[in-house]
Design a protein around this ligand. Structure first.
Ligand code: KIV
Length: 294
């Protein structure tokens, strides 16, 4: 018979026990995520930057943890993600991976390739992706369409799962002229769609759509059968949702973006706020297009 004291000892203090014992939860994997996508079950993603919050999010039922380069802004206090280095991404990816391992976590771990770490060549991208995969990532994310398609294919052919990212791509904020909605108007929408299809054809298994009109994101989601769209400021019609953890906990150095809900409102603690986020994404009550979308 299992020793209940030993089970208790595995639960880090200050967090809630997982909804079901870790031993009975199956690790998330590409086939499981593809299955959720095919069945129309919403995929819940949240950023994580350290061991403890990663363990709490995992226990709350978050399926995908993204070590986002947003850590440059929320952890390092930078004005944009442009200054984040590959070594910093490696450090935080290792921390999150250790947190998951300590609690026998099941989340799928995605790490951002930072600015300048994949732009020079496909070989540079492979080297950078290998650093993050060896730090514990299961998948890497990179921003942009067009020229990145070839890089995505190169990585996928070498066994590295890839999440693409279109719409507002924060690493190119200076070229975009600010944090603005993307894909508005016929021409911009057509280009975004064409880039998304090319990324799916290149093997991207997921696609973050950031700050794009809800109708465009929903259309694309219906079209892309082999690539799960994950929205942030893209309305409720995507296959899943992602938020920056600090934003959904209502803490930050600046104004919260329109597409964020503060899940701490009404929650007794952080674990419960994360559980509320998971529930709201799963049942489709977050985001609310009349409040959080364009
Ligand atoms: O860096 C990040 O956290 C991200 C999400 C906002 C999608 O890319």
């Amino acid at each position: 018979m299992a020793n209940p004291a030993a089970a208790d000892a595995a639960i880090p203090y200050g967090t809630l026990p997982p909804a079901s014992p870790p031993a009975t939860r199956k690790p998330l994997s590409l086939p499981r995520l593809a299955d959720m996508h095919a069945r129309g079950e919403k995929i819940v993603m949240l950023t994580a930057y350290d061991a403890t919050f990663a363990a709490v999010a995992d226990a709350a039922g978050v399926e995908c943890l993204l070590v986002g380069d947003s850590l440059g802004m929320v952890c390092q206090g930078l004005n944009s993600t442009v200054g984040v280095s590959l070594d910093t991404m490696r450090y935080h990816t290792e921390s999150v991976e250790r947190g998951l391992r300590r609690v026998q976590g099941t989340a799928w771990l995605i790490a951002d390739l930072p600015f300048g770490s994949y732009h020079a060549s496909r070989e540079q991208a492979l080297h950078s992706a290998a650093v993050l995969m060896q730090a514990g990532a299961h998948m890497v994310k990179l921003e942009g369409g067009g020229w990145t398609t070839d890089t995505v294919r190169f990585l996928v052919e070498r066994g590295i799962p890839v999440c693409a990212h279109l719409g507002l791509t924060p690493q190119t904020v200076h070229a975009l002229g600010g944090y603005r909605v993307q894909g508005r108007g016929g021409e911009a929408a057509a280009l975004l769609k064409q880039q998304a299809h090319a990324l799916q054809d290149a093997g991207a298994a997921m696609l973050v759509l950031e700050m794009v009109p809800a109708a465009l994101a929903a259309e694309l989601t219906a079209e892309l059968k082999h690539c799960a769209t994950i929205g942030i400021g893209a309305g409720r019609g995507t296959a899943g949702q992602v938020l920056v953890m600090h934003d959904m906990l209502g803490v930050g150095l600046g104004k919260l973006p329109k597409f964020v809900r503060n899940f701490m409102a009404g929650a007794p603690g952080i674990a419960e706020a994360m559980q509320a986020y998971v529930r709201a994404v799963k049942d489709g009550s977050f985001p609310d297009d009349s409040l959080h979308a364009w």
